[in-house]
Design a binder for this molecule. Sequence first.
Ligand SMILES: Nc1ncnc2c1ncn2[C@@H]1O[C@H](COP(=O)(O)OP(=O)(O)OP(=O)(O)O)[C@@H](O)[C@H]1O
Length: 252
Amino acid sequence: MALLEVKNLGISFGGLRAVDNLNMTIEEGSLVGLIGPNGAGKTTAFNLLTGVYQPTDGTISLNGEKIVGKKPAEICQSGIARTFQNIRLFSKMSVKDNVKVALHNQITYRLAESMLHLPGYFKREKEMDERAGDILRVFDLEQFSETLASNLPYGKQRKLEIARALATNPKLLLLDEPAAGMNPNETAELMETIELIRKQFQVTILLIEHDMKLVAGICEYLYVLNFGTELANGTPEEVLNDPRVITAYLGE
Ligand SMILES: Nc1ncnc2c1ncn2[C@@H]1O[C@H](COP(=O)(O)OP(=O)(O)OP(=O)(O)O)[C@@H](O)[C@H]1O
């Protein structure tokens, strides 16, 4: 069984068919790209997968469980985490606290325990501190633990966003244009980070990206959207040499 199965997925905004008849099968452990010209419906597809929008038609299954109709927080609990095209960090919180907020979502405190600061509370806080440290170490951000998120350089803020998404312990990680606004060095570093986290966290990754060097460099399989519909899918080599795909991009 595939980790994610999307069938005939569609959504209309008034008269606009932003996503139409999208089908995707994502195997566990894979690293897949979702590409296409501006306005093709990629971010809308992510919003459908994460419950931000409810589809007009179609089904989405995660590990065989239907997730259409669930709220974003429930879908996150089911195992899908995401990052956004525009960075959304808690800018006035430290790097470590940004990760701990996500970890808190995973742990249910007993109310009395946390309000009265009983021993169990401190034990769990300590565990979370350690876990946040572990995650930051993987991203080479540990030395910035106490830095305010807004004071991090741009490339590191992007990394922190991914770190925070991973702290929710997802099965599927959705990255919306992770290399946007990065310089070539930062992009190269990001590619290494993505490959590393896939191994270390055993997470399946679906990413939206316009940087074809990144897409061709790390994705194993690609889906191409154009005007909301699927234009092509296949290996990067197949897809990026497909005349229909080249024409769609040239038409931008
Ligand atoms: N909430 C909404 N209401 C109305 N139209 C919307 C809404 N969200 C997206 N759209 C429209 O749906 C289409 C697809 O947009 P979407 O942002 O998904 O494209 P995209 O492929 O992510 O583009 P880009 O690469 O530029 O980020 C666009 O025409 C957009 O204007």
